[in-house]
Ligand binder design. Sequence first.
Ligand code: ZN
Length: 145
Amino acid sequence: MPDLRELYLEMVTDHAKRPRNRGAVAGADHQAHGNNPLCGDKLRITLRLDGDRIEEVAFDGEGCAISTASADLMAETICGKTLDEARVLFRGFKDMVTGVQESTDLGKLAVFAGVREFPMRVKCATLAWHTMIAALEGRGEATTE
Ligand code: ZN
């Protein structure tokens, strides 16, 4: 079994090169722009809710490999989740990449644990998540600053 670092590099490279959820959701009812000035990452998240469930989510914009891969995996992970579940995942992800707390319940997202060794890249990894929460809360913009 490959170690977590190897898995992390593989998954980041794969999702950055071939994002599955890039684009814009048709008929989106929530959206926000995210900006990480430290790295230059700029994302837009669009999503559509069905009641309190996230029915569809996509991202576009330009960013480094980590922000792109994180946005793609974020979209994949929260699709079909309720708003509460998405918020719990956001907190768990943030705690994991900032090193506050190990999470046992993040599935594939656990590969991003490696980011905590690179403090400059933590904001790249969390940008899409902050932007998603901003969209859900009706704030049009999010920044990692
Ligand atoms: Zn970045």
